[in-house]
Design a protein around this ligand. Structure first.
Ligand SMILES: [Cu+2]
Length: 166
């Protein structure tokens, strides 16, 4: 074995350990997913409904020029994060950058939310469109759709199901 080839052994070993670390870090990150909810250049959250697992994080990104909000509908919210009321700045108010907001969900349940600029709650706390001054207008001029979304948080994938077997 030449001296040059011998010297290469520790370099190769170091390279393998670095690659191993990258693979490990990638796997660790994969167990905690990020899911994105986008406000396109319209008054709505896309997708309307998503299903995640406890431990996952939802990232809201406002691609619209206008401001929007993420407000928890606590009459239906069983996934913690009660009282959320966050402004998602539009690109006009944020130097051209999308407004962002993230929440990690650790408790299984449901998280119903709405934008208080483009929806309001009725007497049974259901989001309704605020009429011609906001909400989503369809092709026939109907403002029947409130700006809202639903996140369903399932138990963690790491959770083996609990319940001692005897
Ligand atoms: Cu809005």
């Amino acid at each position: 074995m030449s001296i040059r080839r011998f010297a290469a052994v520790p370099v190769v070993l170091a390279l393998f350990s670095i690659l191993g670390f990258i693979a490990w870090a990638g796997a660790a990150q994969e167990s905690r997913h990020h899911r994105m909810v986008v406000v396109p250049q319209e008054d709505r959250f896309q997708p309307f409904a998503i299903t995640i697992h406890a431990g996952d994080t939802v990232d809201w990104v406002n691609m619209d020029t206008d401001d929007h909000t993420v407000v928890s509908d606590d009459a239906f919210n069983t996934a913690d994060h009660h009282g959320v009321d966050v402004l998602l700045p539009g690109t006009d108010a944020n130097a051209g950058q999308p407004g962002r907001f993230s929440l990690q969900f650790t408790k299984p349940g449901i998280f119903v939310y709405y934008c208080r600029f483009h929806a309001q709650l009725d007497h049974v706390h259901q989001p309704i469109a605020p009429g011609p001054r906001g909400g989503i207008q369809d092709a026939s001029g109907n403002f029947g759709t409130p700006m809202m979304g639903v996140i369903t948080v399932l138990p963690s994938k790491d959770d083996t199901g609990g319940g001692a077997q005897r």
